[in-house]
Design a protein around this ligand. Structure first.
Ligand code: G6P
Length: 369
């Protein structure tokens, strides 16, 4: 077993460290360097068919659902096509409006989740075109979808998903750019910039993995806590949901992800002296707004750990601790910011002595509805 873990204590830690490779593998062969264009061999949508798509519905469960929330922002920004995201277990019971020009994108690491499969079947029955983003070749989801965009993260053993989630983000960047290039909603200048930034991500993740010391200290602080908050706006809010799920899954500490601007409408009542608040503030355009939310919780005694872009040191004045994330194109930031959040969940759970790879009550893939 030691050999399979490549010297790491757990599969989860090994998989966190495999992310630079997973990013490279997921991008490989999909970027035409000469034309600076995205090519997706598994996607047979023609430019005409892409132009006909009037709405996109994404369906997924758990961590894949959180990846789809990021995917929504990415695809909407790059294509201007409206996107809805549904939990697969909710989708078919809400009588969704599915038309022939609806593209349904099912996201599933395993490709075997029963809820996600049921959602695909519902969509197909109403005439939608179904695309899959999955990590497993030959899986049910891959077989039932018309188009497949594989994440090439390699096998994921730990129940808590890490490299599969982040590779799903890469898949969404590729898909959004592919469709945006085809529609002309993504201009060539931005496109060239984004491709360059995308290709830098694996090196930036590697660099981040080399500087984990501050995360240990923060984990030590959190292990003693009973509940905490993750807050953020925009993409940071989507990422906050995943960070919160990761922490709950393996550390068993209760946490809640909140849209930073929504706290004042109720949850602020739960902030007490010392309540840890992990504030994701990686979206430059929303920074000021998030900083004022950080001040709100600070005023009520919260212990604030902020996630900020390198260089935004002014956050040190408001937050108790700051974790820095390298700079990239704003839409790509979650693919970097997720790394310290995975490590934080990991070290917190490990300090509590939990079986990180096999958390209680959870299964890697749920094949019953
Ligand atoms: C299970 C796992 C989660 C996972 C979800 C969806 O509940 O414990 O980690 O996110 O299924 O799995 P999928 O394979 O469809 O991505």
């Amino acid at each position: 077993v030691m050999a399979e873990k490549n010297g790491f204590d757990t599969f989860m830690l090994k998989e966190i460290h495999e992310q630079p490779r997973a990013y490279e593998d997921t991008m490989r062969g999909r970027i035409d360097e000469e034309k600076q264009q995205i090519v997706l061999p598994g996607v047979s949508l023609t430019p005409e068919q892409i132009r006909e798509i009037k709405q996109i519905q994404m369906v997924a469960c758990g961590t894949a659902y959180h990846a789809a929330l990021v995917g929504k922002t990415v695809v909407e920004r790059l294509t201007r096509i409206p996107v809805e995201v549904d939990l697969a277990s909710e989708y078919r019971y809400r009588m969704p409006i599915i038309r022939e020009n609806t593209l349904v994108i099912a996201v599933s690491q395993s490709g075997e989740t029963a809820d996600t499969l049921a959602a695909i079947r519902e969509a197909k029955q109403w005439g939608a075109r179904v695309m899959a983003i999955t990590n497993v070749v030959g899986s049910s989801v891959a077989r039932e979808a018309e188009d497949v965009l594989f994440t090439l993260a390699g096998p994921e053993i730990a129940v808590a998903s890490t490299k599969a989630y982040s590779s799903q983000l890469i898949a969404f960047y590729l898909l959004g750019m592919f469709m945006g290039q085809s529609l002309g909603t993504l201009d060539p200048v931005t496109s060239v910039e984004m491709i360059a930034m995308l290709e830098r991500l694996p090196f930036q993740v590697e660099e981040m993995l080399r500087h984990q010391d501050p995360i240990h200290g923060i984990a030590e602080h959190i292990t003693q806590q009973e509940h905490l908050f993750f807050i953020g706006r925009g993409l940071d809010y989507s990422l906050a949901m995943e960070a919160s799920l990761k922490l709950k899954e393996i550390s068993y500490i209760h946490s809640e992800a909140y849209a930073a601007g929504e706290l004042k409408h109720g949850s602020l009542a739960l902030i007490e002296d010392g309540t840890p608040v992990i504030a994701l503030a990686t979206q430059e355009l929303l920074l000021e707004k998030t900083v004022s939310n950080i001040k709100e919780v600070k005023a009520r005694g919260a212990y604030v750990i902020a996630l900020a872009l390198e260089g935004n040191t002014e956050l040190e004045k408001t937050a108790d601790q700051v974790i820095y994330v390298p700079r990239t194109y704003s839409l790509l930031t979650p693919a970097l910011a997720v790394v310290p959040l995975q490590l934080l969940a990991y070290y917190t759970a490990a300090l509590r002595g939990n079986d990180v790879d096999k958390p209680r009550n959870l299964a890697k893939s749920v094949t019953v509805e």
